[in-house]
Design a protein around this ligand. Sequence first.
Ligand code: SAH
Ligand code: SF4
Length: 358
Amino acid sequence: MNEPKPSLLDFTQTELLTLIKPSFRAKQIYGWLYHQYVESYEDMKNIPKALKEELAQKYIVNPMKIVKKEISTDGTIKYLFELQDGKTIEAVWLKMKNEEIDCDGNIVHEAKYTICVSTQVGCKVGCSFCLTAKGGFTRDLTAGEIVAQVVNLKRDNEHKHNRMINIVYMGMGEPLDNLNNLAKAIEIFKEEEGLCISGKRQTVSTSGLSNKIDRLGEMDLGVHIAISLHAVDDELRTELIPMNKAHNISSIIEAVKRFPIDTRKRVMFEYLVIKNKNDDIASAKKLVKLLTGIKAKVNLIYFNPYPGTTYDRPTRADMVAFQEYLVNHGLLCTIRDSKGIDISAACGQLKEQTEREL
Ligand code: SAH
Ligand code: SF4
């Protein structure tokens, strides 16, 4: 295996302008990367061979390749990527809204998509319900490896650079445990001459590293946060998410209150519902109390079972009763429809399945 090289996608536009001379060539290359989504130097048609050879010595264009793709009947596409060092990660293409067509067959509104990206190979947090946690932690992704997931998915789905897309950092890994690379990827996504994905369109999901929530807030990137809460008392939360010992529920709630959010938006609280663990109305009642005074939105997620887990999926009736209790007590609450339920839906499941097959 060759020694892994940095990727051109690791750099901001400003950095590329200092790395590549003359600057008009840097701009052309930037266009090839973010408007044409090229995979190799050969595809950069108007760039002199000598410059391409010089760059190729130091930088790779695309730091990953698609090794598996699963397409769900609902339009969800799950990708498994192999990185330069042979490690694998997942990213998911989610169709959030179908296109609207008028009676003449013209498209009135284009379909809306969200890309779910990974931030680490594995994860240190070790949640008891999460398949990604089972393999332990391998390494952080570079900024370029985070950016490349979006570029590769847009290319594979022929999604033009100027079409809107949302990003959720909800794939494998804990984004705030890789904060510097995450922040750089967010900046690269935001660049106006590149993919132009504003902070508002990017949601960082965290298991609740409260000190890092503060640091992300101080960076003022304009992103949204989603908190993987999953439990309303510290005892159960520590069973589910061991690092809750160091970052307990009240420290997370306090950090959320300090986080700069767009006044029109809400902080999302994700609540993974596990049968006979946290699906009772007493928990719903505590949740209402806990979120009092926060502009919150709760997203209930069905636990998605996998071979070897001791947890079960809740019943639909219990999910709906939980949701109704929250809604009747003034909380916005949705049930996440299990997109891609027919493919290995939750994070870590495609990777796990592939490794079992190999
Ligand atoms: N580490 C971050 C982001 C990645 S996890 C976090 O924990 O927030 C992304 C989401 O997948 C989390 O909300 C997590 O609760 C959910 N998840 C993990 N395992 C799951 C499973 N077996 N079924 C359903 N959702 C799961
Ligand atoms: Fe890591 Fe998130 Fe999985 Fe917990 S749920 S182990 S934080 S990826």
